[in-house]
Write a protein that binds this ligand. Structure first.
Ligand code: FO1
Length: 306
């Protein structure tokens, strides 16, 4: 069964990994947010793309949620000692990804081709596609002014109060090669439990992607459980935008796009507010088996929707 997953960040990467392990090789395409990409130390960093790829390759760091496992930090420490920027931590092995990606981008290769080649070398069986080959940087609008995404997320620890978001150059961006084709071929599209505002909305905003999804059976998994984000600032963002954070708010967020919605058993009471078929299950993925179990359940739920 051909499946497309939309993902960004740690929750999205975990479910994408579960889907990869239950689907035959070649059946899964993961379309990843690139709104959090930025340049640092002269290198192109693509955190969500890397988080997804490292999870699919089994190379992810389980402690941080980002970066690589069994990491060392010699370069980062040496840069720090020289007075260089220390607000964004890059491990030694992770640096290799950024160095090689930057070299190849500068030689004229598109991000999608580089990502596909890295995945092949890491033994990833799913296709991983950045949402676009053109940069679409997310700007977080806050009461303290407009902040580049990583400045808001890492340097300012998501503290400034959010008033909105801007995805720069999005109307000039095109879906990366293969994105619309994968959606057209998919029997089911899964919106992974990623931040709706800054991980999923940028993907949906790339011209052509939302329209392509409107033709499909789309199922979303809530990243909000019991009114709290499993990880990251999604609940804080809803509250600051004066929307009560809840799984129901996430379902409303995606509105007419959805054919089904998956929410955690602690939120069972909310199903009556959702108005489309729902699956109630355990959605928190601490262990590897929980990724696989949730993936199986989401796919069989989606298959059963008319
Ligand atoms: N997040 C942090 O909170 N602090 C960091 O120093 C940091 C470094 C980092 C390096 C590579 C990478 O791929 C991700 C990194 N992240 C870090 C996570 C990143 O900011 C977020 O995962 C996403 O941008 C939001 O989805």
């Amino acid at each position: 069964m051909k499946v497309v997953a939309l993902a960004g960040g740690v929750g999205g990467a975990k479910l994408a990994d579960g889907l990869q392990s239950v689907l035959p090789p070649g059946d899964l395409t993961v379309i990843v947010n690139t709104g959090d990409d930025f340049e640092h130390l002269g290198l192109k960093i693509c955190p969500d793309v890397d988080t997804v790829c490292y999870n699919l390759a089994g190379l992810n760091n389980p402690e941080t949620g980002w970066g690589r496992r069994d990491e060392s930090w010699h370069v980062f420490q040496a840069v720090k000692q020289l007075g260089g920027p220390d607000w964004f931590a890059l491990g030694d092995q992770d640096l290799a990804t950024h160095l090689e990606r930057t070299r190849r981008l500068q030689a004229g290769e598109p991000l999608s081709a580089i990502t596909a080649d890295f995945c092949r070398r890491w033994g990833v069986t799913a296709s991983v596609l950045p949402m676009s080959d053109q940069p679409v940087p997310t700007i977080v609008l806050t009461e303290e002014g407009d902040l580049a995404f990583q400045e808001y997320f890492v340097a300012r620890r998501c503290e400034p109060k959010v008033t909105g978001f801007r995805f720069e150059n999005i109307l000039q961006a095109a879906p990366a090669p293969g994105v619309l084709e994968a959606i057209a071929a998919a029997e089911v599209v899964v919106i992974c439990p990623s931040n709706p505002w800054v991980s999923v909305d940028p993907i949906l905003g790339v011209p052509g992607i939302r329209a392509a999804l409107m033709e499909k059976k789309v199922v979303a998994v809530s990243p909000i459980v019991g009114g709290q984000a499993i990880k990251g600032p999604a609940a804080k963002m809803y509250a600051e935008l004066e929307i009560k954070p809840s799984a129901a708010a996430v379902a409303r967020h995606f509105g007419g796009l959805l054919s089904g919605f998956v929410l955690d058993q602690v939120d069972e009471i909310l199903t009556k507010d959702i108005g489309i078929p729902t699956l109630i299950t355990g959605t928190i993925m601490m262990e590897r088996e929980q990724r696989t179990a949730l993936a199986e359940e989401v796919l069989s739920f989606a298959r059963g929707i008319k």
